[in-house]
Design a protein around this ligand. Sequence first.
Ligand code: F6R
Length: 258
Amino acid sequence: MEILIRDTPQEVAAQAATIIAGYVREGSTLGLSTGSTPLATYRELIRRHREEGLSFAQAQMFLLDEYIGLPYDHPQSYHATIRREFTAHIDVHDEHVHSPAGMAEDLIRATADYERDIEAAGGVDLQLLGVGTNGHIGFNEPGSSLNSLTRIKTLHPQTVADNSRFFDSPEQVPHQVITQGLGTIQRARHLLLLATGQRKAEAVQRLVEGPLAAACPASILQWHRHATVLVDAEAASLLHDAPYYRYVEEHKPSWQRY
Ligand code: F6R
């Protein structure tokens, strides 16, 4: 696991965009996350598309999760959110932007179909992740099976409270979701987790330096062959070994890619 610490959220976004752009140029399959954290990264990728000709025409994209019961055109569905915030502004083919079918009549089947779709695309090369204040990734809440596949989950009240800022009232936040499982996420070849701000500091400390445990689903990054944790100084503020992580990056061989 590589820990990269940047002074500001803007520097996190610039570094994340550089890592993602490397995969985009290779025509890779990307796993996308929604929420506030990746927005600055998406803005930077849109800028590179417009000003530097970065093309997403060969890319396939898979979202991590979706609320159950929100129509695709509901502004807070992740299907609509990713288009509004990112993919409508680049040259990816819209039919190559996949998300779990949260409105399917047969939800169980929809979860299996999603696993199959990811596999049929050859798997995810780079999976972008955020982390919840309670350590969730995707919508795998504490207690999630470490090898779980795409399935239906019930949100933790803390997540409902955190996400209510996107809705007019907390009552409107759906309590059930379809999410890629921790096993699904671990099949991606490279995991890139972003976290910014003081409110993520405790989750970052637990996922990097705590035990590998279902109580902190993001700790599965410790088990992955190629995981990068990219955080700003506030999110890194509780890391005990931050000077070492900075030292490692300062001494990174020039031939070693991020
Ligand atoms: C969203 C997702 C979630 C978020 C997490 C952090 O697709 O999978 O795990 O990444 O809840 O959300 P923000 O970035 O809004 O703090």
